[in-house]
Design a binder for this molecule. Structure first.
Ligand code: 13P
Length: 247
């Protein structure tokens, strides 16, 4: 049985002091969830959020990392920095990073490899644009993204990853994918992993849905056989997140 994982992606929100205040609000709301609960926060918030969440079950994650160990890469943060700050997860290849900051599938692959090498748990994102959905190439696109994110991975490493399916048209738009749309793509991701890495790996890997998840739609989405939780943007900054973690 896969343990559900519900992760908040705070994106570029919350100063360090706001972050600590939000943790105080969310801690009681997310307590006693059967799911693994992760707060993925801006780099500068990791240390205060880790401290604020001490003594709880909440895990903390970063929103990005760089694939080199260290050196002259101004503005980037490394896996060791994230780990030493106390986080255990990292989001990789979010569509906002791909779209605004030019991250390629090859970057995503290198970042995921580095995260695993260092013992960080990657949440690796994929998702189609509205144009791609309308062109009828959603499944081809997603299968390509999944194959490229895991290129050169051993099956046991794939099993340690979380894949987040986030249709770009559903992010921050209030336009959630229907339960059927979300499930069929998450199933396609699992099937693709099964084809390449075998049934054991496919049954172990956790697949999240993300895109306008809220307190009203989470339970139905997360009850689908191939959806093992969610990656939540806007609603992760509100007490509603507690409801979502208990969905
Ligand atoms: P929203 O939940 O705000 O649509 O954002 C989804 C997302 O991008 C999570 O990574």
């Amino acid at each position: 049985m896969r343990k559900k994982i519900v992760a908040g992606n705070w994106k570029m929100n919350m100063t360090p002091s706001q972050a600590v205040a939000l943790c105080e609000t969310l801690k009681p709301a997310v307590a006693n969830s059967d799911a693994e609960v992760v707060f993925c926060v801006p780099a500068i918030d990791i240390v205060p959020v880790v401290k604020a969440c001490e003594g709880t079950e909440i895990k903390v994650g970063a929103e990005n990392l760089y694939f080199e160990d260290k050196g002259a890469f101004t503005g980037e943060i490394s896996a060791d920095m994230i780990l030493d700050a106390g986080a255990t997860y990292v989001i990789i290849g979010h569509s906002e990073r791909r779209g605004y900051f030019g991250e390629t599938d090859a970057d995503v692959n290198k970042k995921a490899k580095k995260a695993l090498e260092k013992g960080l748990n990657p949440i690796i994102c994929c998702g189609e644009s509205l144009e791609q959905r309308e062109q009828g190439i959603t499944f081809d696109w997603i299968r390509m993204q999944v194959k490229l994110m895991f290129e050169g991975f051993a099956a046991e490493d794939v099993a340690k990853c979380v894949v987040a399916y986030e249709p770009i048209w559903a992010i921050g738009t209030g336009k959630t994918a229907t339960t059927e749309q979300a499930e069929e793509v998450c199933k396609a991701i699992r099937d693709c992993i099964r084809e390449v890495y075998g049934n054991d790996t496919a049954e172990k890997v956790r697949i999240q849905y993300g895109g306008s998840v809220n307190a009203a739609n989470a339970a139905e989405l997360f009850s689908q056989p191939d959806i093992d939780g969610g990656l939540v943007g806007g609603a992760s900054l509100k007490p509603d997140f507690g409801v979502i973690t208990h969905a």
